[in-house]
Write a protein that binds this ligand. Structure first.
Ligand SMILES: [Zn+2]
Length: 136
């Protein structure tokens, strides 16, 4: 089903204050396969601290899903991602969440390669979609 940028913007949970980054997240989500797009809107919360501050605190109205007990994924983004890589970098982080890579537990050794390859499969480019880059 086709979804408009306005609908994505309405459903997106972005906890931050950077309008450029907010718009880029909307654009990246628009380019995802439909089921991943729904996952990103339903199960992910996107966060960033503002360029002008060193940190911020947000009320934690987040957590596990009431019905499935699945985690809500917190996608923490830098506002300093180079412009040419930003969609791919956002999609790369969504790929980690989609694949269930839990940084606080034991993600697979090749999780960076898996995320980069999936990001490329979804049609993104840049470092987020470059498994070679992730070898380092
Ligand atoms: Zn990664």
């Amino acid at each position: 089903m086709r979804i408009t940028k306005e609908e994505i913007a309405y459903d997106l949970s972005y906890l931050g204050e950077d309008e450029d980054l907010w718009r880029q997240i909307v654009e990246a989500i628009e380019r995802l396969p439909e089921e991943v797009r729904d996952f990103a809107l339903d199960r992910c919360r996107f966060l960033s601290v503002a360029r002008t501050t060193h940190g911020m605190v947000l009320p934690g109205r987040i957590g596990t899903h009431e019905v499935t007990n699945e985690p809500t994924w917190l996608v923490l983004l830098s506002e300093a991602i180079p412009a040419e890589d930003v969609h791919g970098a956002i999609a790369h982080e969504i790929a980690h969440a989609w694949l269930g890579h839990d940084r606080l537990a034991f993600p697979p050794d090749d999780c960076e390669i898996q995320a980069a390859n999936l990001t490329m499969e979804w049609g993104f480019s840049g470092v987020g979609a470059d498994a070679e880059h992730c070898h380092v």
